[in-house]
Ligand binder design. Structure first.
Ligand SMILES: CC(C)(COP(=O)(O)OP(=O)(O)OC[C@H]1O[C@@H](n2cnc3c(N)ncnc32)[C@H](O)[C@@H]1OP(=O)(O)O)[C@@H](O)C(=O)NCCC(=O)NCCS
Length: 429
């Protein structure tokens, strides 16, 4: 028990904001030794973005940088370049997410780092794949969502809210970090056979597009037959030649919808999601639980295909059934009968659910000082022989001396790096 999977793996983390830090956060929690390089004086942009207190790093930073070491380093000074080169000589992974071309300009391109240390895996996060006409764009979350089919397929398809819509989930940011983690782990395994590190190129676009795979499935179907049976527009409305937004309809072949429940007048999340499966047996269970046994013999509803054609009538009748029950009652009644159902939960409900504080799902980190304890989402999977621990985040440059000493620098050298602007900002003129 408790063999950290990435024990002994040294990661030089030249990332900021969310995409890169979410990757290195996971690597750190899996036991890697992560040295986060931050610009002296400013550091990761999220340190002072959306702060709850002007003297404290934001929750944005805290939630993505626990258990890392912070090395303040200006990689553009001659000493900074020499220090980074030294760190890379023994690194297992180098990861960066600067804007396109910036790392090459600093002199640490994949080719250069591969020369410094052929065993080092080099991971880079950018907005777009190298083949893309958008490859030089700077990218934040929405840039990925709007270009990878997420925004154009999310939201309402008619009425005043018929606009491309952002998902609340970080499909472009943390999702990219998770995809990049997979690439890095694959490259580390590959290195065991080849002895060489490889170049992992992860775009936010591709990570987001990967989660929009089923929308490309729908495009293929649409191109073939001109309509999509699972969409709420089917069968009455006309389809165009691209996948439309589908409101809250489930993305697969089963018939799912978000139903208004008791209390909706004051609670915007008083809703439950209810799914009617396609199988006859499952449908029978649902009809009995809902008290709609007449549907079992009615040809407008007693087959999955018929239900697809009459989904508006289904939404209406189940809606009337749900409206006088709370979302929890709906969930209890239907789940007992084996119907897939769940309450729509708001962030407060999730973060106050004690059952989620199981050591992995939601975790509390004691940052100490004025910040005290904060909550974050832990490693999103469990391993039978490893329990991660969750420690605090570093202050900006808080591990600079310790890291430099560990790499053999003397006290005099360390002092001179601080004085010449390499590890501390130069005094303002
Ligand atoms: C996020 C993003 C839009 C921010 O762009 P930005 O404001 O230009 O900031 P960057 O951090 O990329 O770089 C700013 C400059 O700081 C420099 N810099 C950053 N850290 C440095 C360090 N430790 N030492 C020396 N220079 C440093 C960069 O080299 C760059 O210099 P340049 O503009 O002269 O080339 C951009 O980095 C990007 O598109 N990244 C790839 C996609 C991504 O991961 N996006 C974030 C999603 S959460």
């Amino acid at each position: 028990m408790n063999t950290a999977p990435l024990q002994g793996i040294k990661v030089i983390d030249f990332t900021s904001v969310q995409s890169g830090p979410s990757c290195t956060q996971l690597l750190a929690w899996l036991g890697a030794d992560v040295i986060k390089i931050e610009r002296p004086g400013t550091g990761d942009a999220t340190r002072d973005e959306l702060q709850f207190d002007p003297d404290c790093p934001s929750y944005y930073f805290l939630q993505l940088n626990s258990d890392k070491k912070s090395l303040a380093l200006d990689a553009a000074t001659p000493d900074g370049k020499a220090i980074l080169t030294k760190l890379l000589e023994t690194a297992d992974v180098f990861i960066e997410n600067l804007h396109p071309g910036a790392m090459d300009k600093l002199g640490f391109s994949w080719e250069e780092v591969h020369k410094i240390n052929p065993r080092c895996v080099y991971a880079t996060i950018k907005g777009f794949p190298l083949s893309s006409k958008y490859k030089n764009l700077k990218a934040y979350e929405p840039v990925a969502q709007v270009t990878a089919g997420a925004a154009s397929t999310t939201g309402w398809w008619e009425g005043p809210d018929n606009i491309p819509t952002q998902s609340g989930a970080a499909l472009g940011d943390s999702n990219t970090g998770m995809h990049c983690t997979i690439g890095i782990l694959a490259a580390l395994l590959q290195r065991q056979h080849t002895g060489e590190g490889s170049f992992v190129y992860q775009s936010m676009h591709n990570a987001c597009l990967n989660l929009c795979r089923i929308k490309t499935r729908d495009q293929l179907t649409l191109d073939r037959i001109g309509y999509l049976t699972q969409f709420p527009q089917y069968p009455d409305q006309k389809f165009g030649d691209f996948v439309p937004r589908s409101g809250n309809q489930e993305g697969s072949g089963v018939l799912g919808w978000t139903y208004k429940c008791k209390g909706w007048e004051t609670d915007p999340n008083a809703y439950a999601y209810i799914i009617l499966q396609r199988g006859a047996k499952d449908f029978e269970l649902a009809c009995k639980a809902l008290g709609f046994e007449d549907w079992l013999t009615n040809p407008d509803f007693n087959t999955a295909d018929a239900r697809d054609r009459n989904k508006q009538a289904i939404y209406k009748r189940i809606g009337e059934w749900a409206i006088d029950k709370t979302k929890y009652e709906v969930t209890e009644i239907l789940s007992k009968a084996g119907v897939p159902v769940a309450p729509v939960l708001n962030t407060k409900e999730i973060m106050t659910d004690e059952t989620l504080y199981d050591g992995n799902t939601l975790v509390k980190i004691d940052q100490g000082g004025k910040i005290g304890e904060f909550v974050t989402v832990g490693v999103p999977f469990t391993l039978s022989n490893f329990q991660p621990t969750y420690g605090p985040c570093p202050t900006l440059g808080g591990n600079t001396d310790e890291v430099l000493k560990a790499y053999g620098y003397t006290d005099e050298e360390i002092a001179s790096f601080a004085n010449n602007g390499t590890t501390a900002p130069l005094p303002k003129q």
